[in-house]
Design a protein around this ligand. Structure first.
Ligand code: PMP
Ligand code: GLU
Length: 388
């Protein structure tokens, strides 16, 4: 008996999550591993956020809440979007979920169906194409290169468009590329989307992590057309080191938000009650821990980029956001999986093969780990590359 649907059979598990678990397990067994696979900050959740969640438990705030989040948190998100992102929405347009991952999936399930195409600039965060497939749609990757700093140009976007195109996904700052789109670049992409009335899913989860003179610009703030077409996704995992808490949100046009509200009410119901109280503390409380983390990440970024750029045959464009460096390994003559496997078995360094992100020429290194690990891991990485 074949119990599985075709949809379930074609799904692949999240390689980023499994590589990270593998590296953590090897470390726990006492292995000498330098893990550059992490997709999460290595900083602790700020104390005032933990205290707010603990106080909520103590106070018995442990029951179901409205499915799309408690009004106070939705209001805090509305205020944050207005103050920081230039996005004006009503609370009814905000849906809080179990992580930005669920917010992305909610947005896709509510708007994408059989036959719909979704344009995804590659290298992409690996869950986007799978989510589109879960919804019955067709992911359409658009390959970018270092020449455009791994960013999709308006021409590439236009060329990928067909009568079936329903959505484009923009992720700035980007995972795995670390690319940050400028206001002008976003304006040009919005113009292409607006011409054909294409929805824009804008994943801005790394917004707080931008470096040098890069600025984060929210797609929905660009103009009236962008506001009408954009679903903005954000969350607490990266900015507040809250990956395990599972808290994220989206802001969408009213009818889309309403559909997502219904969808979520039948899937997961509300995100954890006391975690939502932690979310309010994160948004309304002291932002200094975010600035401190960004500063530390920036030091590591500069160090890692400099070291990698000095390795012969490796190509690295400087990432201006998130906490990843994407290294082009194509001159070593190995597939990204082969490269990553050998690197782990020979010198104990874990990276994510670019094939997971739709680009076999690259591997991703995360610098969300201590400077001592970065130094040791890069010594080994360099030696490994030089011997290939
Ligand atoms: N979007 C991007 C680009 C990501 O890298 C991640 C992974 N952490 C997420 C969304 C999901 O984040 P979370 O579900 O932890 O909020
Ligand atoms: N998004 C992070 C990463 O790319 C965490 C893992 C995941 O959710 O896929 O590594």
């Amino acid at each position: 008996m074949d119990f599985l649907t075709d949809r379930a059979k074609t799904l692949t598990p999240s390689l980023t999550l499994s590589i990270d678990s593998r590296a953590k397990a090897l470390l726990a067994e006492g292995g000498d591993i330098c893990g550059f696979g992490a997709g999460e900050p290595d900083f602790d959740t700020p104390e005032h956020i933990k205290a707010a969640a603990m106080a909520a438990i103590e106070a018995g705030f442990t029951k179901y809440t409205p499915s799309s989040g408690i009004p106070e948190l939705r209001q805090a998100i509305v205020d944050k979007l207005a103050a920081e992102n230039g996005i004006q929405v009503e609370t009814a347009q905000v849906i809080v979920s179990n992580g930005a991952k669920q917010s992305c999936l909610n947005a896709i399930l509510a708007t994408i169906g059989e036959g719909d195409e979704v344009i995804i600039p590659a290298p992409y965060w690996l869950s986007y194409p799978e989510m589109v497939r879960i919804a019955g749609g067709t992911p359409v990757p658009v390959n970018t290169t270092e020449e455009s700093n791994w960013k999709m140009t308006p021409e590439q976007f236009s060329d990928a468009m067909t009568p079936r195109t329903k959505m484009v996904i923009i992720n700035t700052p980007g995972n795995p590329t670390g690319s940050v789109y400028s206001k002008e670049e976003l304006e040009a992409l919005v113009a292409v989307a607006a011409e054909e009335d294409i929805l824009i899913l804008s994943d801005e989860i790394y917004e707080k992590l931008v470096y040098n003179d890069a600025n984060h610009v929210s797609v929905a703030s660009i103009n009236e057309e962008a506001r009408r077409l954009t679903i903005t996704v954000n969350g607490f995992s990266k900015a507040y080191s809250m990956t395990g808490w599972r808290l994220g949100y989206l802001a969408a046009p009213t009818e889309v938000a309403k559909a997502i509200d219904s969808l979520q009410s039948h899937m997961t119901s509300n995100p954890c009650s006391f975690v939502q109280k932690g979310g309010i503390a994160a948004l309304r409380g002291d932002q200094q821990p975010v600035a401190d983390m960004r500063e530390e990440l920036n030091l590591r970024r500069q160090y890692m980029v400099k070291r990698l750029q000095n390795i012969p045959r490796l190509r690295v464009v400087e990432p201006l956001g998130a906490f990843y460096v994407l290294a082009n390994i194509s001159q070593f003559g190995l597939s990204s999986t082969n490269f990553a496997d050998k690197l782990l078995s020979k010198v104990g360094v874990a990276v994510v093969p670019g094939i997971a992100f739709g680009d076999d020429r690259t591997v991703r290194l995360s610098y969300a780990t201590g400077m001592d690990v970065i130094k040791k891991g890069l010594d080994r990485f360099e030696e490994f590359c030089c011997q290939l």
